[in-house]
Design a protein around this ligand. Structure first.
Ligand SMILES: *Cc1c(COP(=O)(O)O)cnc(C)c1O
Length: 396
């Protein structure tokens, strides 16, 4: 264990060590968290639509707990397949206008399960360099060829598609909205390329589900491409405010996954109360369009305030707003200063992002008001001036 302690000390010296900080929710104060005994404006949760503390979801979960019990007791292949699973999957397929859907325990397991089921030795997975770590791990576990293309670089992807054109199965995977940069994938071009090269296309809608589309279906729907995406994956842990994930697509895809996805086979089914919470949340996501409108207004106001203050925060319209800082130490000091000013947001450092592009990652929520965000932007501007962070801190 001495070797581990020494390596941890080296990480600490490079401002790269990670710690787990306590954060508690505050009843009746959405958009804030409690750290120590202070309320902080929460600009780092993924609760985009402000549903994580919705009373109707909590009540649905409580009712299920009292009638169905705490745990499923087994995997879905044994006795854990409560009727509520099938009903939820039917509702998901209907919502997405696809043939079938399948629920997974979480997004990480969905990505590992799907990629592991679709690709193995002799195949190739084309993956954007900025894709989520669960996609990277899914590719590693599947032992398939990993063809990483430069972020959103369609020419590089085309080059790799040509290079591996003789592989058996080809799968292109992308985040719809990239989690650390808050920009969108070029889905229209990806669809054209997958058709041209006879590849499958998988889109991870973790940060776009609930946010885009008339009923929150995701970015694919927003662009009218839902039927061109072979594998649509989404999570219930972010916009839905609960926990879990799903995949939808053709009947063949779902039947294949039921037979091949190891995280589904070798793990206990989600607790029925979580399924009940997801089902209630799905109703709210579909019907309460005002939450998407509030989120979109919050994102616009916050982003433009930071741009006016002279920061480099990218130019997209998503609720993920990265403020490029550059070096690790300054990013850490920035996040500490934010906390002192009553704002919770984390410093994101390598290896999560490329070296030299450490950043503060802000995420917005429908719970935030325009005034709160303008005020926060003013405080962020003050910190930037003190620490010498400005638009010239260009990263990627
Ligand atoms: C959060 C996230 C996941 C993992 O989802 P969990 O349900 O939290 O395990 C997968 N992909 C992307 C792009 C994510 O942002």
């Amino acid at each position: 264990m001495d070797g581990l302690a020494n390596e941890l000390e080296a990480l600490n010296r490079a401002s790269s060590v990670r710690r787990l900080l306590d954060s508690a929710s505050i009843p009746d104060r959405p958009g804030y968290i409690l750290r120590g005994n202070r309320a902080l404006l929460d600009l780092c949760s993924n609760d985009y639509l402000g549903l994580a503390r919705h009373s109707a979801i909590a009540e649905a979960m409580r009712d299920s707990l009292l009638t169905e019990g705490a745990g499923a007791g087994a995997s879905r292949y044994v006795t854990g397949n409560f009727p509520s699973y099938g009903l939820l999957e039917k509702a998901l397929a209907e919502w997405q206008n696809r043939e079938a859907a399948l629920v997974f325990a979480n997004g990480y397991m969905a990505n590992v399960g799907v990629i592991g089921a679709l690709a193995s030795r002799g195949d190739v997975v084309f993956s954007d360099r900025f894709n989520h770590a669960s996609i990277v791990d899914g590719i590693a576990i599947s032992r398939t060829e990993h063809a990483r293309y430069r972020h959103n670089d369609m020419e590089h992807l085309r080059f790799l598609l040509n290079k591996y054109r003789d592989k058996r199965r080809k799968l292109i995977v992308t985040d719809a909205v990239f989690s650390m940069d808050g920009d969108r994938a070029r889905l229209t071009e990806l669809v054209a390329l997958k058709m041209e090269y006879g590849a499958m296309l998988m889109v991870d809608e973790a940060h776009s589900g609930g946010i885009y589309g008339q009923r929150g279906e995701g970015l694919g729907h927003e662009l009218g491409l839902e039927n061109d995406v072979d594998i649509h994956m989404g999570t219930f842990s972010k916009s839905f405010g609960v926990y879990g994930a799903y995949v939808c697509g053709s009947n063949t895809l779902i039947r294949w996954l039921v037979n091949k996805a190891r995280p589904l086979m070798y793990s206990t089914a989600l607790p029925p109360s979580v399924v009940a919470g997801i089902a209630k949340s799905l109703e709210l996501v579909r019907t309460e369009h005002w939450r998407r409108e509030r989120l979109s207004a919050a994102s616009r106001v916050f982003r433009s305030s930071l741009i006016e203050a002279g920061f480099n925060v990218g130019s997209d319209d998503t609720p993920i707003v990265p403020l490029l800082v550059g070096d690790n130490d300054r990013a850490l000091r920035f996040s500490i200063a934010l906390e002192e000013e009553g704002i919770a947001a984390v410093a994101i450092r390598p290896p999560t992002v490329p070296a030299g592009t450490a950043r503060i990652r802000f995420t917005l929520s429908a719970s935030h008001t325009v005034n709160e965000l303008k005020e926060a932007a003013a405080r962020i501007r003050g910190i930037g001036l003190r620490l010498g962070v400005s638009d010239s801190c260009n990263g990627s």
